[in-house]
Design a protein around this ligand. Structure first.
Ligand code: AMP
Ligand code: GLY
Length: 436
């Protein structure tokens, strides 16, 4: 099978790595990819990067035709929300990922809430508004001044920056004005005002083929830039799997209480869901330190980045076979085996990220990494001399594995410290809360 992966981040490098191990993978391309995908595809003699933007639908279809591609895996949310899978399907190509109408589970937070209400899924209750007066009245009428201010969200896609968790009621009102005032254009022409939940976050990621649900192991990511969850929100500074605070049996319960009811509700709404259904959970933590009944705070319609970088190394089955079975609506014919080990991933970011940062910095030490440690690239390119240099905010993720989280974590950090570039920074507390 000839395969094309769309996207160029750490998630796509991990997908390319996983798919390249399939015995059925004859050729593999990544559009636009990064230095990691270029090196891997070159070394294995499978193909290479294609100079096509991940959001260029016509360009992706043209590239797929030119390389006689049989199967396209769309990585990021933006092309899914823009209808890339619809266009590929109409062009006669098999594609992994939800169609535009189904991807609204991520691209409209209010739509996701309506589906969860219909499906009876536990979620953060709230309301949506396009007029500031309505939102301000709802905040004052529903959330007592002495209590927890609500969370304010842009309804549409805002590259992970559309959620404001205000400290005070005044900040909540200001957030409404900011978002409805056009901060994210059409994406924030509607806002969602919802109750603030507390607990620990976990990512419940599954493949869904319309009906059948195939869960990946649970995982956790770290969104804030700095240790102790200080600093600004980022795309994700690290991840680990599995979360020790969740009962391993919790997953089968979540499949029944979240993923399967949502798949059914999407079918009933005439928007059958094929692809990744990623539930962002808030898990309340009891006095024993164990998690209780989780609520969904959002859905994503693609693999988590950096979660998938710690999940795929645990997979002992053929990733390509799973993705194709999902796209063909026959997930019930395949099974996924997992190592049962733990994995910890540490993101190395450019100095200044998530604010302004410089690029073009030479990366040293990639050849010093231990054999059992994986390094997935995100913002990297090859310069004219074949050196790997930085090209983005999140640059690399170093993934350690082991029988337990402590071992996996030690391996990840021992190797992360050997890779250097000017301005490099990383969090030192990924998975640390699991050690006590
Ligand atoms: P999102 O971009 O939707 O993933 O949200 C960004 C972050 O905001 C989440 O990872 C949570 O930390 C936080 N958040 C979103 N919704 C809520 C909520 N209802 N209660 C508490 N925190 C939330
Ligand atoms: N790691 C969070 C996300 O992919 O949205």
């Amino acid at each position: 099978m000839r395969v094309l992966v769309v996207g160029g981040g750490g998630r796509e490098h991990a997908l390319v790595w996983g798919i390249s191990r399939s015995p059925n993978c004859e050729a593999l391309f990544c559009a636009p990819g990064n230095a990691g995908t270029a090196l891997l595809l070159g070394e294995r003699g499978l193909g290479g990067n294609l100079p096509v933007d991940a959001e260029d639908i016509a360009g992706v279809i043209g590239a797929a035709r030119a390389e006689a591609i049989d199967f396209v895996v769309v990585g990021p949310e933006a092309p899914l929300a823009a209808g890339m899978v619809d266009a590929l399907t109409e062009a006669g190509l098999l594609a992994f990922g939800p169609r535009q109408a189904a991807a609204e589970l991520e691209s409209s937070k209010w739509f996701a809430k309506e589906i969860m209400r219909e499906a009876g899924v536990r979620h953060a209750a709230g309301a949506s508004f396009s007029d500031p007066g309505g939102a301000h009245g709802f905040i004052d009428g529903t959330f007592p001044k002495s209590g927890q201010p609500p969370v304010i969200k842009a309804d549409g896609l805002a590259a992970g920056k559309g959620v404001i968790v205000p400290g005070t009621m005044a900040d909540a009102h200001a957030a409404v004005d900011e978002l409805l005032g056009g901060k994210f254009g059409a994406a924030s022409a509607t806002v969602v005002v919802e109750e603030r939940l507390s607990g620990l976050e976990a990512s419940a990621i599954a493949l869904v083929d319309g009906e059948t649900v195939l869960p990946l192991p649970l995982s956790c990511d770290y969104k804030r830039a700095l240790d102790g969850d200080a600093g600004l929100n980022t795309g994700g500074m690290g991840a680990y799997s599995p979360p020790g605070f969740m009962d391993p049996d919790a997953w089968s319960g979540l499949v029944e209480s979240v993923h399967r009811p949502v798949a059914r509700a999407m079918q009933a709404a005439g928007r059958p869901y094929q692809g990744v259904l990623y539930g962002g959970l808030m898990v309340p933590i009891g006095e024993s330190g164990q998690g209780g009944d989780a609520a969904v705070i959002e859905f994503n319609c693609r693999f988590g980045d950096p979660e998938v970088q710690v999940l795929l190394p645990q997979l002992r089955s053929d990733l390509l076979e799973l993705l194709v079975a999902c796209a063909e609506g026959r997930l019930e014919t395949v099974t996924a085996a997992w190592s049962g080990e733990a994995a910890v991933g540490v993101v190395l970011a450019s100095g200044g990220y998530p604010g302004a940062y410089e690029t073009g910095k030479l990366i040293r030490g990639l050849d010093t990494v231990d054999d059992d440690v994986l390094v997935f690239h995100a913002g990297t390119v090859l310069d004219g001399e074949g050196n790997v240099v930085t090209s983005g905010g999140r640059v690399l993720i170093v993934v350690g594995q082991g029988a337990d989280l402590a071992t996996a974590r030690e391996r990840a950090y021992a190797n992360a410290s050997r890779i250097e570039f000017e301005g490099r920074h990383y969090r030192t507390d990924i998975a640390a809360r699991e050690l006590s």
